[in-house]
Design a protein around this ligand. Sequence first.
Ligand code: 6PG
Length: 224
Amino acid sequence: MELFVHDSPADVAARTASLIAESIADKSGPFSLGLAGGSSPKPTYDRLREIDVAWQGVHAWLGDERWVPHDSDRSNGRMASDSLFSHVSASLVRPDYGDDPEAAASAYEQELGEIEAMAGRHDIVILGLGDDGHTASLFPGSAALAESDRKYVANRIPETGEIRLTATYPLLHEAARVIFIVTGRSKAEALEASLAGETPAGKVGQGRATVEWHVDRDAASLLS
Ligand code: 6PG
């Protein structure tokens, strides 16, 4: 696990965008790119629109998705599409939305398996961090934390009862590289606990993936 503390959220966005662009440029053949939702990665997606990237070989997908219609302003897929993927030639595969989240998660797991087979491994998975230490939709106390076989599941958030679809540790642990993007003072306690391995996000580092934390000074304010 490596920690990179940057001066500002803009510096986090600039650095992570260039890391992702470099990684895509360095690989010949299909590239698997898992996307974080929420607000933290959006500046990175915006910066990637300004960089000349060989997008045609990139297969993007969602590390998690809220159980909402594709055009909902809460959809992670809509955010990723609006900020980057409707502007470049990469493919973005999104989970279906309908009346059966388990079936949608299972079908998406199949699609991601095909991407992983084409690329060899999921090359990069971008993740965010919730102020409760969740990542993707692996929330504290949720059933998906114990999933040891399936790579993508429907998961109920204990606090709210909301259903989400999420990658699980079996997928995240096998990725080549995980890039966390964490900014803001509200994340400082969760970041400190995550780096100690005490949160769902902190447990992403227990697999084969190379894990990099790209954070700003506010998020790092409790780190010694
Ligand atoms: C989501 C995300 C989630 C996110 C964290 C941080 O669906 O919201 O995938 O895991 O990364 O909740 O969200 P912010 O970046 O908005 O703080």
